[in-house]
Design a protein around this ligand. Structure first.
Ligand code: CP
Length: 349
């Protein structure tokens, strides 16, 4: 570690590879509760580090990280890029729209090409559920899922959990465990990888989760995941501690699932009257991008002390720094998922 590294605390987490025994970060579903807590713990130090004037650390110096984004992104792409650069890695962005994917190259051939370039980690966003796991199976370095179709967006859920933890601490509450807290996730649940990852993460940390959507945007199996489903937003909001709003993912909808955005706003938009149904001081979250005036009114999105939207973005950089640092430990020869030799295995094919 460089002298600019924040000192790691003695935390009681397992050490070495037992702290996080995974090569890839593909889904919250793959993580144990203590592994989620470990990532949050590691991200804490980068959160304070990022508030310094000088934000450079060389822990990933000499490593190459590729951001391969097959779908549009502002927050996730830029925060992974900033995260890697602050840790000293060489960050390369591959936008599918300007790549040979446009000439018909397959996903597997693209993965093999990235692998041949000896990246030390690859961050991937893709429109198809399972595509990131498919690529992970073909490359010899850690893969981080930056969102795959309607499946998962694990770093979003981790950053949301850390944002919530800090919001609770600012109020003088512990925040380390979400037991006793009720969160309502509202919007297009069917198409939302954020909803799925957050549901799993929040439940793992002890929260009760309600989900609210029109019948056409509520997955049939949601109750089996332990969430309490609502179609009436007013009823769903009563007494909740946190309201997490989601945008309509029209790019994933086949046909019209709603009469109109205006109708959706009328029934499911978060406004002042509705927020007052939640617990006093209830917090508001949104992963972005927001559609103001559709799923959330502007005055609620910007509500001082209650809306965590910009804090979510800030926390995202710290969480992605932690994820990159943890997953590249084997490549850096400092523990991690491998045998500790510092060599990365050959790709499986
Ligand atoms: N929350 C989120 O994933 O935003 P982007 O699509 O801008 O990355």
């Amino acid at each position: 570690m460089s002298t600019s590294d924040p000192a790691p605390a003695n935390t009681g987490f397992p050490t070495g590879r037992r702290a996080f025994p995974h090569r890839d970060l593909l889904a919250i579903a793959q993580l144990e509760r203590h592994e989620i807590l470990y990532v949050l713990h590691e991200a804490e130090r980068w959160l304070s580090f990022n508030r310094r004037a000088a934000k450079h650390n060389d822990v990933l110096a000499g490593l190459t990280v590729i951001n391969a984004f097959f779908e549009a992104s502002t927050r996730t792409l830029l925060s992974f890029e900033i995260a890697g650069k602050r840790l000293g890695a060489d960050m390369i962005n591959m936008h599918a729209a300007q790549s040979s994917v446009r000439k018909g190259e397959t996903l597997i051939d693209t993965a093999m090409t990235l692998n041949a370039m000896r990246a030390d980690a690859i961050v991937i966003r893709h429109g198809s559920s399972g595509a990131v796991a498919l690529i992970a199976d073909k490359v010899g370095c850690p893969v981080l899922n930056a969102g795959d179709g309607t499946h998962e967006h694990p770093t979003q859920a981790l950053l949301d959990a850390l944002t919530l933890r800090h919001a609770l601490r600012r109020r003088g509450e512990s925040g380390d465990d979400f037991t006793g807290m009720t969160v309502c996730i509202c919007g297009d649940i069917t198409h939302s990888r954020v909803a799925r990852s957050n549901l799993l993460c929040l439940q793992a940390l002890g929260a009760t989760v309600r989900v609210c959507a029109p019948p056409t945007l509520m997955p049939a199996q949601i109750a089996a995941m332990g969430a309490e489903p609502f179609h009436d937003f007013d009823a769903a909001l009563r007494g909740v501690d946190v309201v997490m709003m989601l945008r309509l993912q029209s790019e994933r909808m086949n046909g019209a699932l709603l009469p109109s955005a205006r109708e959706f706003h009328h029934l499911y938009g978060l406004n002042r009257r509705r927020l007052d149904l939640a617990a006093p001081g209830a917090l508001v979250m949104h992963p972005g991008p927001m559609n103001r005036g559709v799923e959330i009114d502007s005055d609620i999105a910007d509500l001082a002390e209650r809306s965590l939207v910009t804090r979510q973005v800030e926390t995202g950089v710290a969480v992605r720094m932690a994820c990159l640092e943890i997953l590249t430990r084997t490549a850096r020869g400092v523990g991690g998922w491998g045998d500790g030799s510092g060599t990365v295995a050959e790709a499986s094919s």
